[in-house]
Design a protein around this ligand. Structure first.
Ligand code: NAD
Length: 425
């Protein structure tokens, strides 16, 4: 039996389709290694549920625009589906499916009882007013309402969404339910049941993964970060706090470079004020592509998928790539990096801190209870370090890259859960 995936023609090849091809390639390698049968491979390659919705939104001038929205539950064998919601003009059903699949393996890898999901709306949030964004969010949530809920599918922030978006989602769901349901989303503001430590959790996890992979003291270790949003900015901050020298960062507008090290806190203040890294006084301007080619110890891609490809991988000089973003490295680039001795700490491990603390937030919501920031930080560190240790050992024992080992563990656990539950009817 062949693997059922949507057919591909050159005209359909979008960045989202390329992300899905990468995810399927990684799954294929893990399935081969695990010796999974064709039926199980097909099941793991296809999402359990996919919904495409039209989202009408009233603009301030009275016009009505209609944008596409998506929610995909890739797998729910190990627990409720879990995954962020992305507002980005380039998002499509393929990208959301790839991101949902990576969520499934990530949750299994770090040992939290969730399946994988993702959502997206094909819109540029920067072109909407706050009121338009609120209307868009509420209407999108209303369209996907039958799929989500604290016991079945729990969204969280991703590219272009934040804790305000989560507050609107929580309110829209709660109004429909007739009572407050904080556990329907994570990454909420503290006043609505958010968890201490959630805002910086993905970045803290990136720092933990980077320092574990480094294997020596971080003082003076040089770092470049692509993407200076929720994940990238705090990853830069935490790595800098640990003693690393962050020499370059970029956002969608451009890149800045200071060979002596950037003052990350001052740069974050500049971005908070102006909305972009460009214009920061104490740095030179760098080309987008040049950031990937800097002679640094650690490169942290923390923006979007498919940025390290066969076109630029050979020019990556970093010794370590720590993937804050999901899917930043294509399979072709992976091979080039491995051949050049660059170690890649893969997305499903490196950026798992977000979903780990999301899980802790959900547990607190379900029990109407809250943990201290220290408690949350300790649990995050334990889960990240133990997942890193398992991946590292599996890679060493079986001669795999860290990505291959992480997928073998994640995919293997999901396959096992599925086999234990059996097939209904
Ligand atoms: P965000 O919207 O807060 O930030 C994205 C950043 O990337 C922005 O600074 C934007 O300007 C920048 N960017 C976009 N295109 C770029 C380009 N071509 N070059 C350079 N910079 C560019 O999003 P985020 O939540 O920080 O997510 C970033 C990545 O991390 C995504 O891949 C996301 O799926 C992943 N991730 C996020 C979380 C989370 O908790 N937010 C958790 C796990 C993984």
């Amino acid at each position: 039996m062949s693997v059922m995936v949507p057919s591909k023609t050159p005209a359909q090849t979008t960045p989202g389709r390329q992300a899905l091809d990468s995810a399927l390639h990684q799954l294929g390698q893990a399935a081969e290694h695990l010796g999974l049968d064709d039926g199980l491979r097909t099941m793991l390659a296809t999402p359990r549920r996919s919904l495409t919705v039209s989202v009408p939104v009233r603009r301030e001038d009275g016009r009505m625009d209609v944008v596409q929205g998506f929610r995909v539950q890739h797998n729910v064998s190990r627990g409720p589906a879990k995954g962020g919601i992305r507002f980005h003009p380039g998002t499509d059903i393929h990208e959301v499916t790839a991101l949902a699949m990576w969520m499934t393996w990530k949750c299994a890898l770090v040992g939290i009882p969730y399946g994988g999901a993702k959502g997206g709306v094909a819109v540029d949030p920067g072109t909407l007013t706050t009121r338009e964004l609120e209307r868009l969010t509420r209407r999108y949530v209303n369209e996907i309402l039958p799929m989500i809920g604290p016991e079945k599918d729990i969204p969280a922030p991703d590219v272009g969404t934040d804790e305000q978006t989560m507050a609107w989602i929580m309110d829209t769901y709660s109004v429909n339910a007739g009572y407050a349901v904080p556990g329907v989303v994570t990454g909420k503001p503290m006043q609505l049941g958010g968890s201490l430590g959630r805002a910086g959790a993905t970045s803290r996890g990136v720092q933990i993964a980077a320092l574990s992979a480094l294997g020596h003291a971080p003082e003076g270790v040089t770092v470049a970060v692509q993407g200076f949003g929720k994940v990238g900015a705090l990853a830069a901050q935490y790595l800098s706090d640990a003693g690393c020298k962050v020499v370059a960062v970029s956002d969608v507008t451009g890149a800045v470079h200071a060979p002596g090290g950037l003052d990350v806190a001052a740069l974050r203040a500049h971005v908070a004020e102006t909305g972009q890294v460009l214009g920061y006084r104490d740095a030179d301007v760098l080309g987008h592509d040049e950031l990937f080619e800097l002679d640094v110890d650690i490169l942290v891609p923390a923006a979007l998928e498919g940025v390290i490809t066969e076109a630029n991988a050979a020019r990556v000089r970093a010794r370590l790539v720590v993937e804050g973003a999901n899917g930043p490295t294509t399979p072709e680039a992976d091979e080039i990096l491995a051949a050049n001795g660059t170690v890649v700490v893969p997305d499903i491990l490196a950026n798992a801190g977000g979903v780990i603390v999301s899980y802790l937030e959900w547990v607190q919501n379900m029990q109407a209870f809250s943990w201290s920031e220290g408690e949350v930080a300790r649990k995050l560190k334990d889960l990240m370090e133990s997942a890193y240790g398992e991946v590292k050992s599996m890679a060493a024992e079986r001669g795999l890259t860290l990505r291959q080992a992480a997928h073998v563990i994640g995919v293997g656990r999901v396959a096992e859960a599925h086999q234990m539950r059996g097939l209904y009817p």
